[in-house]
Design a protein around this ligand. Structure first.
Ligand code: GDD
Ligand code: MG
Length: 329
């Protein structure tokens, strides 16, 4: 039996002011559906609707329900796991696996982040990895385009029936190491995982025994450590495989990434605005009409209570800005 777990608890601070605590990135629309909805539709291709679990922050219960019913599907409350607080991805995944285990001891589980765009043909490639789950936790690799320091890096080793054994997994290396990894032909970790319940549990018990036993005893959520599956398991385990994905992939991490995938007009602007002698801009406003004259490579984002104007090549800094704002409040 195949199950799917959708992680939707992140906040996405680098897309402020569009992405907010109450309305984060994964619930924003990109060309028609939200990233969360696209992820749900991908899950529907993998398994039955009653085998899909969503793990999210309790603030987002109704967003999740509404966005699923907009798609014409139903989800029961037992399938939406509401975390009292964010503890990063490992506790979130472990909770979902604990629920899945109550239904099936030998389930295969896909874990999907909900903050990505993925090409259509990904489904077929993801399914091809299923035979590896007898002994491996499967990661999916993306060929890197730049030495980005916000991703996990995967070094492929010996060939498996599909994909490779993982020789080394390194989460968020520094800039110099990232460059070295790109030159050596490492993959980026896409953030999608596939495993069987028994293999996941045995690796969890080996490398994070405290989390494993907390869930066995009846978990006190606030006492759990905050840790991602990448740091918690993937960096340590020797039962990891990687299957390269050839489809397009974008972790719409900041407005520049969003600009890259958006449709553009003849002047390479995206969004609804009038532009004179202006090129390479990303504009989104809520109710107001926007006009640009002589503006290049700039991000303009307007919401009812905030206005962001930012150079496109500095889009990554929006995260720092939000950290600063949170401290002030
Ligand atoms: N339920 C829940 N609870 N979901 C969470 C939590 C949490 O506490 N924290 C993060 N998530 C969700 C996010 O919404 C996102 O969909 C996914 O889990 C990944 O979390 P991120 O916080 O976005 O991780 P990252 O981008 O820093 O790194 C991960 O993804 C990269 C690819 O985008 C790692 O897996 C990297 O290795 C990987 O390269
Ligand atoms: Mg991310």
């Amino acid at each position: 039996q195949i199950y799917s777990v959708i992680l939707a608890g992140g906040i996405g601070t680098r897309l402020w002011p569009l992405s907010r605590t109450y309305y984060p990135k994964q619930f924003l629309q990109v060309n028609g559906h939200s990233l969360f909805q696209k992820t749900y539709l991908r899950s529907i291709e993998m398994c039955r609707p009653d085998c899909i679990f969503i793990v999210t922050n309790s603030l987002h219960h109704f967003l999740v329900k509404n966005q699923i019913s907009e798609l014409g599907y139903q989800i029961s409350d037992e399938q939406i796991l509401l975390e009292p607080s964010g503890k990063n991805t490992l506790p979130a995944i472990t909770w979902a696996v604990t629920e899945i285990q109550k239904k099936s001891n030998d389930a295969r589980v896909f874990v999907f982040p909900s903050d990505h765009l993925l090409g259509e043909d990904a489904i077929r490639e993801l399914k091809q990895a299923l035979p590896l789950t007898d002994s491996q936790i499967v990661t999916f690799g993306i060929v890197p385009s730049i030495p980005h320091t916000g991703y996990g890096y995967i070094s492929p080793g010996e060939n498996l029936q599909t994909g490779f054994k993982v020789r080394e997994f390194k989460e968020k290396p520094d800039a110099r190491t990232a460059k070295e990894y790109v030159d050596k032909g490492y993959f980026w970790n896409s953030g999608i995982f596939l495993f069987s319940v028994p293999v996941f549990k045995s690796e969890l018990t080996k490398y994070q025994p405290d989390i494993a036993s907390a869930f066995e005893k009846g978990v006190v959520w606030d006492e759990l450590p905050s840790i991602s599956i990448d740091y918690g398991i993937l960096e340590h385990s020797d039962a990891i495989a990687v299957v390269p994905l050839s489809t397009s992939w974008s972790d719409l991490g900041n407005f520049n990434a969003w600009y890259e995938i958006s449709e553009k007009d003849e002047q390479e602007n995206t969004g609804d605005c009038v532009a004179i002698d202006s090129q390479g801009n990303f504009v989104t406003t809520q109710d107001r009409f926007a006009a640009l004259i002589g503006i290049q490579n700039t991000i303009v984002v307007e919401t009812p209570d905030a206005l962001l104007i930012c150079r496109r090549d500095m889009a990554e800094k929006v995260g720092d800005l939000v950290k600063g704002l949170k401290k002030k409040n």
